[in-house]
Structure formats: structure tokens, C-alpha cells
Design a protein around this ligand. Structure first.
Ligand code: NAD
Ligand code: UGA
Length: 458
């Protein structure tokens, strides 16, 4: 079969894999190849046991793999044979040198640019899919177009807005697709090529085009706004606990204002995930670099509130359990950073687990999809840790349950049986406010939600 377009994606992670599977599914006349330096990851993409858990992804990959979707470690060949290259490598926070702990670490990014330059034998469109500091495309263009050999590269910015756990749905029905380009003849032509790919399934009015710097910045700002909403409601949850208000009621009342809207106002133990923290810190770093310290401080406070919320959760546990956790057994329900994913990157559960172990509690970690990652996260951490998939067995003999991920399965367990199996007095700390608190209290638990008055038998 001859294909109309040959697409490569460098980076087979949470973004590269699902995004390319969706393009392959919606554009059967495109051949899509996903490459990665990590051979185990590629082997997993080629197996029945995909490297990431995402509802609907197995079906999507099964329908396209081997037809017009291919996973490979042959990066050089991929670059040579394809005309449109998405770059979706990781862009973590820099851990060394200038900007350590704040700026984006662009080493993987730059390596990829140099590889594209080295192995290209024809002109290409190169698309930033990773989340990057504003003006990265300029550096990319300078690297790619530094040789005078007749090969031309157009760089586009096409940030990804999918959320884990709903990635397939988000990719199929995106709120918007954003494509930034240079406003030159070549830039506009390249932009149109990418618009045409998305137009196969995304309504035209949802495909936005913009200047390239606006596109890069919009991604950082979108994540900052989302995280800001969570920190705002979490800040109010602290006040609710003092003022005997109920944060869910406040959130509902506030969110019904159509100018504010109801989404992303669930108070919680704090946001996790690989991106919010790193992208806000990146924004903060950019602002400081441009001398905008007041703006930087404003956005940095979103991260500070998130750290405060997690520490507050531990302090509430300590306070409720008579100021000592030493020797007590505490069950963690959920380790993933949100429901419907096995991803634990920056999960608040990592912080909670470490802090509980510092207090010399024993912990039992339970999660339906994230136990493998939890083990990796806690490798080398001192203390007594057990891993038990079944939440009811995990809670047996424990003094407390800390609910950290909003998995549906925790809502409807046999709570009287769980209560009977636990040490008394038994506590539940609901870090996601998903349980029926009154019912748990009536069964005998002492219940501590986030941002609501506790229900205790003392
Ligand atoms: P990830 O770590 O899951 O995947 C990145 C992959 O790139 C890894 O498999 C790694 O081996 C590979 N890689 C690194 N350097 C490479 C190289 N030189 N050649 C080939 N492969 C290489 O990361 P992710 O979660 O997919 O995120 C990728 C980017 O997308 C980040 O910038 C992130 O901020 C952004 N993003 C992520 C999400 C999300 O939900 N995870 C959503 C939107 C945007
Ligand atoms: C987020 C954004 O929602 C995506 O648009 C973006 O593409 C992505 O980051 C990214 O750039 O990586 P994701 O981190 O996968 O997606 O998941 P979210 O649903 O945004 O949740 C993030 C965290 O906030 C989770 O820990 C979640 O539990 C928490 N959260 C979310 C709350 O505590 N309260 C809420 O009301 C909503």
C-alpha cells in the first residue's frame, strides 16, 4: 500500500504512543512510526502488554498496529524515511547547574534536534509535541538549519493537551488543537499540512493556528491555570476546616457561576502528575529570566500551596491519631497520581508514603494499576512497606486508611467488614473526598475528609 504521508514520532511515552495511535486510526492513508531509545518500551508497545495503562488504548493500538502504525528502535532510519517528524521526548525539570529545580532540562530535546539534522536526507516538517519553554523553536530552527545543504526544516509547535486516564477520549474529541508556525510562506505551508492531518477527524473550528511563540506559551499557561484552580480550592479547604464550612458546598456554589465554571474545583490532597509542577516552575523561571519577579512569585505560589496541602494532610493525620504514628500500620488506598492511570510521577502518594515512614509508621500500599511504579518510587526508602493489591486485604489490621487516589473501586467496598478487620479506633483520611463519610462514621470509623469538619467518635 502506498501512503500519502509518512509520519515519525520520536518518543514513545504517554504522549507519543496514544497520540500517534489516534492519528494512525483516523488517517489510514498516513503511515505512522513511533521510535524510542528505550528498547523495552518499544518491545512493550509491540506486545499485548502495553507500557502504559490508558482506557481504550489497547483497542486503538490493536486496530492500527502493523497496518499503518509501527513501533521501532530504528531512529536513524525513521528520520531518513519520514517527512513529518513529531518530537515527543521528555522535558523534565533540570536537576543540575543554572536553573536547577526550575528550568526545563532540554538535553533530550537538543539531542533529538541534532539527530534529525544528522540523518535527514530531505526537507522535513519538525513538530514540537513536548511541552517546552517559549522560544525553544528558535533554538530548534537554528540547530536544524545550520548546514547549507539544500535541506530545509520547518518547525511547528503543536502542544498536547490530553490528560492521562482520559487520553483516548481527549485525543478523539479535543477541546482544541493548537498549531503555531512562523508566518512565512514555508511556515504557513507546513502549518496547513498539519491542519489537514487533524482535519481528518477534528472539526475545523477547533483547530487553532497562531504564531509559534503564542503556541508554546499557551501550553504552559493552560497547565498553570488548571493547577491554579486546584491550589485555589485547596487553599480554601484549609480555611473550611477551621471555619466548619464544607469545601464541596463552597466549590459547588462558586462553580455554578458560569464565569467560573465547575471543573477542576475538587479539593484534594494536592495535584500530582509529571507536568503541572514542572511546567509551572518552568513558567516561573521564564518570568524571572525576563525580570518579572512579581509575576514569577504569583505563579510560584500555586506550587507552594500544593506542597502545603500535602504537608497539611500528614499533620492532620498526626493530630488526629494522638500525635504519634510510630509503630502504627497505615494503609494507602491508591498510589497513582489520579484514577485510571498507572502513572505515579509526582504523585502525592510518594510524599505521603515517605512522610509516614519518617514518622516510623508501617505502610501497606494498594493500587489496582500502579503497584509496579510504587515499588520503583519507594525503592531504597527505609521503613516497613508492604504491597497488597486488594484494598480490603490491605486494610486488614491497620490503624488507618489514607485514600490518595480517586479510584471508583474504593467507593463501594464492604466498609463494615473493613472496619471489623482494623485496629480500633479506626481512622479514614479521605484525601479525595469520594467516600460516603456519614456512612463510614455510622459504621464506627473516625472520618477526616479534606476541607470538611471531621466526623469523630471522641
Ligand atoms: P515520557 O517520559 O512518558 O516519554 C518520553 C519518551 O521519550 C521516553 O520513552 C524516552 O525514552 C524517549 N526519549 C527521550 N529521549 C529520546 C531520544 N533522544 N530519542 C528517542 N526517544 C527519546 O514522557 P511523556 O509523558 O510522554 O511526555 C512527553 C512530553 O509531552 C513532555 O514534554 C510532557 O511535558 C508533554 N506532555 C505530557 C502529557 C502527559 O499526560 N504525560 C500531556 C501533555 C504534554
Ligand atoms: C494535565 C492537564 O489536565 C492536561 O490538559 C495536560 O495536557 C497534562 O496535564 C500535561 O500537560 O501533562 P494530567 O496531569 O494527566 O493532565 O491530569 P489532570 O486531570 O489534569 O490531573 C492532574 C492532577 O490534579 C491529579 O493529581 C488530579 O487528581 C488533580 N486534580 C485534578 C485535583 O486535585 N482536583 C481537581 O479538581 C482536578
Amino acid at each position: 500500500m502506498t501512503f500519502e504521508k509518512r509520519i515519525l514520532c520520536i518518543g514513545a511515552g504517554y504522549v507519543g504512543g496514544p497520540t500517534m495511535a489516534m492519528i494512525a486510526s483516523q488517517c489510514p492513508r498516513c503511515r505512522v512510526t513511533v521510535v524510542d531509545i528505550n528498547p523495552e518500551r518499544i518491545a512493550a508497545w509491540n506486545s499485548d502488554n502495553l507500557p502504559i495503562y490508558e482506557p481504550g488504548l489497547d483497542e486503538l493500538v490493536r486496530a492500527t498496529r502493523g497496518r499503518n502504525l509501527f513501533f521501532s528502535t530504528e531512529i536513524e532510519r525513521g528520520i531518513r524515511e519520514n517527512d513529518i517528524i513529531f518530537v515527543s521526548v521528555n522535558t523534565p525539570t533540570k536537576s543540575f547547574g543554572l536553573g536547577a529545580g526550575m528550568a526545563a532540562d532540554l538535553q533530550y530535546w537538543e539531542k533529538t534536534a541534532r539527530q534529525i539534522l544528522e540523518f535527514s536526507e530531505s526537507s522535513k516538517i519538525v513538530i514540537e509535541k513536548s511541552t517546552l519553554p517559549v522560544k525553544t523553536a528558535l533554538a530548534m530552527e537554528r540547530i536544524l538549519n545550520c548546514r547549507e545543504n539544500g535541506i530545509h526544516f520547518d518547525v511547528l509547535s503543536n502542544p498536547e493537551f490530553l490528560a492521562e486516564g482520559t487520553a483516548v477520549r481527549d485525543l478523539e474529541h479535543p477541546d482544541r488543537i493548537l498549531i503555531g508556525s512562523r508566518e512565512t510562506d514555508n511556515g504557513l505551508k507546513a502549518r496547513q499540512t498539519l491542519v489537514d492531518i487533524y482535519a481528518s477527524w477534528v472539526p475545523k473550528e477547533r483547530i487553532l493556528t497562531s504564531n509559534i511563540w503564542s503556541s508554546e506559551l499557551s501550553k504552559l499557561v493552560s497547565n498553570a491555570f488548571l493547577a491554579q484552580r486546584i491550589s485555589s480550592i485547596n487553599a480554601i479547604s484549609a480555611l473550611c476546616e477551621k471555619a466548619e464550612a464544607d469545601v464541596a458546598e463552597v466549590s459547588r456554589a462558586v462553580g455554578m457561576d458560569s464565569r467560573i465554571g465547575p471543573k477542576f474545583l475538587n479539593a484534594s490532597i494536592g495535584f500530582g502528575g509529571s507536568c503541572f509542577r514542572k511546567d509551572i516552575l518552568n513558567l516561573v523561571y521564564l518570568c524571572r529570566n525576563y525580570g518579572l519577579d512579581v509575576v514569577a512569585d504569583y505563579w510560584e505560589s500555586v506550587v507552594k500551596i500544593n506542597d502545603y496541602q500535602q504537608e497539611r494532610f500528614i499533620r492532620n493525620m498526626l493530630g488526629a491519631m494522638f500525635n504519634t504514628l510510630a509503630g502504627k500500620r497505615i494503609c494507602l488506598w491508591g498510589f497513582a497520581f489520579k484514577a485510571n492511570t498507572g502513572d505515579t510521577r509526582e504523585s502525592p502518594a510518594i510524599f505521603v508514603a515517605r512522610r509516614l515512614l519518617e514518622e516510623q509508621a508501617e505502610i501497606v500500599v494498594s493500587d489496582p494499576k500502579a503497584l509496579g511504579n510504587a515499588r520503583t518510587n519507594l525503592t531504597g526508602v527505609r521503613g516497613q512497606i508492604r504491597y497488597v493489591e486488594d484494598p480490603m486485604l490491605a486494610a486488614e489490621g491497620c490503624h488507618a486508611i489514607a485514600l490518595l487516589t480517586e479510584w471508583d473501586l474504593y467507593r463501594n467496598l464492604d466498609f463494615p467488614k473493613i472496619f471489623d478487620s482494623m485496629s480500633k479506633p479506626a481512622f479514614i483520611f479521605d484525601g479525595r473526598n469520594i467516600l460516603d463519610h456519614r456512612r463510614c462514621f455510622d459504621i464506627g470509623f473516625n472520618v477526616y475528609p479534606v476541607g470538611k469538619p471531621p466526623l469523630t467518635h471522641f
